[in-house]
Design a protein around this ligand. Structure first.
Ligand code: NAD
Length: 416
């Protein structure tokens, strides 16, 4: 079988991460990229990594015509219009075997549903990219504990966190463009991995039924005058007028439809994590057993003293969102693999070659949007959101969180 040709929309941070993953994956090449402004740096990486010629296309239509798979690695506020253009391209003759979308699928349910309707109209298989579900340590834990799960039952509680010191592009900080703050940006990771790791490995990913969500959000660091000013100077984003949350925590309760048992996943996310860089933490437990992973632990540590520090140019070489270039550094030698990027590509490639959607399809992505919206609703209302209530589900369908509307001052405390 020939290589699957990826056409990538976007050329920023996550595209580079994916290219680092793709050089470790078989059966794929990069047909080209489309981004505004043009993605010269990413195109150079494509060439450096031997993934293709690094061709830059002028439109999504042209990109789709020359690819087997289109991957949306662009900002969240462009999802619907990009899906429309992909669908137009298919109607005009582009023969796509699959479409990939990075997390979050959409900013709210209306947008997500529209994307799903569009892609269903042309019957193209989908993959929703949630890297945490594909992390090797997650799978190793499930494999190691398989027999224990069978004798004692699957996990009943998981607690997960994804945190760093704050995003790298202005649009992430803008609650209207991004869809909110850290809950929209990173809560989706924890909601997905929590659901997945509570689920018995022989069951489908949506087997457990979400029944209730409670959440609390706050603006803790980036609302303080000194940090607000930094956002204004660096990105032109004013958190005194349109704030977003930099901390979110909560719990989702799931019901096992076979046994009726209720199990829980707790999530915690922040843009104010002040250690070496991005930390993904997950632990889980069932009767008589437990597992735990923490990406800030590595078998490799590097020490850079003050005298040598001036020679260290690239802080991000050690970890995603690295905050330090000196002292005792944690280094993850293969972060794209550790974080699940390589295996999410392998899963998508195998699925698209077989003519089907990936393990996590866009409908699954929409369910994660629903959980995210329920968490915002819970934080706004100050109560548990009941996902078994038909009226609540109807409200979630059209709900747009106040923070996403640019009305964050109505729910977040912004210090004077
Ligand atoms: N899985 C993860 O952990 C993870 C990490 C980072 C980002 N992401 C997701 O990936 C997506 C992209 O994030 P990023 O970090 O690469 O952002 P970024 O700001 O670094 O890059 C965005 C890219 O989109 C391009 N772009 C902007 N407007 C465009 C337009 N109108 N048409 C075409 N291209 C346009 C820009 O030129 C840039 O290349 C987001 O949805 C984000 O949530 C996921």
């Amino acid at each position: 079988m020939g290589s699957l040709r990826y056409g990538i929309i976007g050329g920023g941070f996550v595209t580079i991460f994916h290219l680092r993953a793709l050089r470790q994956v078989r059966g794929v090449e990069v047909a080209g990229l489309y981004a505004v402004p043009a993605a010269e740096q990413a195109a150079a990486r494509v060439r450096d990594y031997g993934l293709g010629e690094g061709k830059i296309y002028d439109s999504i239509a042209e990109l789709a015509k020359n690819a087997d798979v289109v991957a949306i690695f662009a900002p969240n506020y462009l999802r619907v219009e990009m899906t429309e253009q992909i669908v137009e391209a298919v109607k005009a003759g582009a023969e796509l075997k699959g479409v990939i979308c990075e997390k979050p699928l959409a900013r709210n349910m209306s947008e997500g549903r529209r994307m799903l309707e569009l892609i269903k109209s042309v019957n193209v298989p989908t993959s929703y990219f949630e890297n945490q579900v594909h992390m090797r340590p997650v799978h190793a834990a499930r494999e190691q504990l398989e027999l224990v799960f069978q004798s004692m039952g699957p996990p009943v509680l998981t607690r997960s966190a994804e945190e760093h010191s704050g995003p790298h592009s202005g649009w992430f900080w803008d609650p209207v463009q991004q869809g909110g703050g850290v809950l929209s940006d990173m809560g989706c990771h924890c909601l997905a991995v929590g659901w997945y790791t509570l689920t018995a490995p022989d069951k489908p990913v949506q087997f457990l039924e979400p029944v209730a969500v409670s959440a609390d959000i706050a603006l803790i660091k980036w609302g303080l005058p000194r940090w607000r000013q930094q956002l204004l100077d660096r990105y032109g984003i004013d958190y005194s007028k349109t704030p977003a949350e930099d901390f979110a925590t909560g719990t989702v309760t799931y019901r096992n439809p076979e046994t009726g048992q209720l199990v829980k996943s707790q999530f915690s996310n922040s843009w104010m994590y002040e250690k070496q860089g991005l930390r993904i933490f997950l632990d889980g437990m069932g009767p008589g057993y437990a597992f735990e992973l923490n990406t800030l632990r590595s078998s490799l540590e590097v020490f850079v003293g003050d005298v040598a520090a001036a020679t260290v140019a690239d802080a991000e070489a050690a970890l995603e969102k690295s905050t330090a270039t000196r002292g005792l550094l944690v280094v993850q030698p293969n972060e794209p693999d550790l974080l699940g990027y390589t295996d999410e590509h392998r899963d998508a490639i195998a699925a698209f070659n077989a003519g089907r959607s990936a393990l996590l399809d866009w409908n699954y992505g929409l369910q994660i949007v629903k959980l995210t919206m329920a968490a915002y609703m819970s934080a706004e209302l100050g109560r548990v959101v009941d996902l078994t209530d038909a009226q609540t589900l109807r409200e979630l369908d059209t709900y747009v969180p106040l923070i996403q509307q640019g009305r964050g001052r109505e729910v977040l405390h912004v210090p004077g």
